[in-house]
Design a protein around this ligand. Structure first.
Ligand code: ADP
Ligand code: MG
Length: 579
């Protein structure tokens, strides 16, 4: 038995370390807090430099308001803040910070220096804090603004230091966080340097695309779609969404390229990720993720920022409304960009063979060339509307390898994957019929008995309602078999039993739609469409291309694979040395 324990109050040093553990998880947490302070101080220029992945040193320098020397010790006290007076102020909070915890927490676990000078002050002030012990404030010469240096982070908390990843990994976190802020605040000039090398700079001129290019490189310049305020009819009350998203061909294998800022603060939120990805649904391949910088503005009273120690998560009063606004805004941007994700075939001269200067096809399916719809008149004349958005009228020339249709359009040559194209057409036809509640069903004169493997049978049971919805009429037929009485009209012809089994097999492997109904429709479209290797008459090809031109999303099949490649006229001319 353990006897009654003495209850003692923790000493200040221990309290400091424990509290610091909440706010300062790793170097990037320090960077984020210092950045937010600089932005709250109204800085127009912020320079960040990092050594040793942030554990050796972090320095953030700004030209913001600065702190008057008589206020400086307050700033370092726990709960010392200039941003909040009463709890109710959180309802109208316009700043990123509010708890007054960051500086004391950081200073409790590092060798901390702050040098600052406020407007109107003849001299600056400087303070050193060594693992929580504050030295007397000194008067020093300093430029207007504030520079904070944090050295030997967690030097007094070895356990925490052990949990840090390699410096290069911590650096990646820092680059990602600073990048998000730099892209979200285009009016502020940012520079980040790590281990003595410049990682990126932005120009602070106020242009979103320029800021994104500064942070992420010139690829982003042509591949971004700016988000525009929705029309009154589509707008979600009380939520404004700005920023940009990438075109569907600019994808990543992870979700780290998606950033959300809520009232100026960088947050992590799965529901928002999900809402954005839904807008891209069927435009990008399964397993790929879009890039985006989305700034959401809501009434501070509609969002609780006080639910997470590092303020990395927020809780919305109406999360669904916010998600709806994000999805609609992204969707509108994607549908304004008709030609965006046609992969362009790129031809490159074979370098080693310069004498003959032969040309070889080196890359297919590289990201597209996108003309950003930057000029309004350009948009007015060029943006197609209605069902033909996305593919120009094409003239069919022929078929290659019984799998691809060659066609010509106003902007060059197109190679259309006949299977993917037909799959898209059938998928949309099924979805339209579902939406109109008028599914075209074809009863079979001779009901068909189809034998199913156990997992196929189980899948039929799971998907019976969805199969019925798209036009199948199937009933159980004793051990391991079903009786098919009717099929969707789009699925008529060919090997009906084989197709049904293929659909069920496909679903056993997992659905790819937004709903199970959509997954079933995608599989049905896939397994009832024209296959590769099937030769088509000119008439059949024309019909397919015409159907594709009328599709809403002609550029990708239901699974997200591209339906076509394009070789522009310029590219042809260039390759034949005509330009
Ligand atoms: P909070 O940001 O929650 O108020 P902090 O501990 O981060 O708490 O900062 C405490 C106070 O120090 C702030 O309220 C602000 O008045 C001042 N301060 C911190 N950093 C800066 C800065 N870079 N420029 C001007 N004032 C700052
Ligand atoms: Mg702060």
């Amino acid at each position: 038995m353990i006897g009654a324990m003495l209850i003692q109050r923790l000493n200040e040093e221990t309290i400091g370390k424990i509290a610091a553990g909440e706010v300062v998880e790793r170097p990037v947490s320090v960077v984020k807090e210092l950045l937010e302070n600089a932005l709250d101080a109204g800085a127009k220029n912020i320079d960040i430099s990092i050594e040793g992945g942030g554990s050796t040193s972090i320095e953030v320098s700004d030209d913001g308001s600065g702190i008057r020397s008589e206020e400086l010790s307050r700033a370092l006290e726990r709960h010392g803040t200039s941003k909040l007076e009463r709890f109710e102020d959180l309802l109208t909070l316009a700043t990123l910070g509010f708890r007054g915890e960051a500086l004391p927490s950081i200073a409790a676990v590092s060798r901390f220096t702050m040098r600052t000078r406020a407007a109107g002050c003849a001299t600056g002030a400087m303070v050193d804090v060594e693992y929580g012990t504050v030295a007397p404030i000194q008067s020093v010469a300093a430029p207007f603004g504030t520079t904070v240096t944090v050295r030997d982070l967690f030097g007094n908390v070895p356990a925490r230091r052990k949990f840090l990843r390699q410096a290069s990994t911590e650096s990646t976190y820092i680059t990602r966080a600073v990048g998000a802020y730099a892209a979200a605040y285009p009016h502020v000039r940012f520079s980040l340097s790590q281990e003595g090398r410049s990682s990126f700079t932005t120009d602070g001129a106020g242009d979103f695309v320029a800021a994104a290019v500064g942070v992420y490189g010139s690829d982003y310049g042509r591949d971004l779609l700016e988000l525009k305020t929705l029309d009154d009819g589509a707008a979600v009350l009380g939520v404004s969404v700005t920023g940009w998203i990438g075109v569907p061909s600019l994808t990543k294998s992870h979700r780290q390229g998606m950033h959300f800022m809520v009232n100026g603060r960088w947050v992590q939120n799965r529901a928002l990720n999900f809402a954005l990805e839904e807008a891209y649904h069927s435009l990008i391949m399964v397993g790929r993720h879009p890039v985006a910088l989305i700034r959401i503005q809501v009434d501070p009273a509609d969002v609780d920022v006080n639910v997470h120690p590092t303020k990395a998560e927020v809780r919305f009063r109406d999360e669904r409304a916010v998600c709806r606004a994000v999805q609609r805004t992204a969707h509108a941007a994607l549908s304004r960009a008709p030609r965006v994700d046609l992969p362009v075939i790129q031809w490159e001269p074979k370098r080693q063979d310069s004498e003959q200067s032969r040309l070889g096809l080196t890359t297919v399916s590289i990201p597209s060339r996108i003309e950003r719809p930057d000029a309004d008149d350009h948009e007015a004349t060029e943006a197609p509307s209605g069902p033909t958005a996305g593919v120009p009228i094409l003239r069919v020339l022929g078929q290659v390898g019984a799998s691809f249709i060659i066609a010509e359009g106003p902007e060059g040559m197109y190679l259309v994957d006949q299977h993917a194209a037909h799959e898209r057409v059938l998928f949309e036809r099924i979805m339209t019929q579902l939406a109109n509640r008028s599914v075209d069903q074809q009863p079979l004169l001779d009901p068909l008995i189809v034998e199913l493997a156990p997992d196929e049978l189980a899948m039929w049971e799971r998907s019976a309602a969805e199969l019925t919805a798209i036009g199948y009429e199937i009933e159980s037929f004793g051990e391991g078999a079903v009786l098919v009485r009717a099929v969707p009209a789009v699925a008529l012809g060919g090997d009906l039993a084989g197709r049904l089994r293929a659909i069920l097999r496909d679903l056993v492997e997992g659905g790819t739609g937004q709903s199970w109904l959509e997954s079933v429709a995608i599989s049905a479209a896939c397994h009832t469409s024209i296959r590769a290797g099937q030769s088509l008459s000119l008439e059949e090809m024309r019909e397919l291309i015409a159907d594709l031109e009328r599709s809403n999303q002609p550029r990708a099949c239901g699974h997200g694979r591209p339906t076509m490649l394009q070789l522009t006229r310029e590219e042809l001319a260039r390759q034949f040395a005509r330009r």
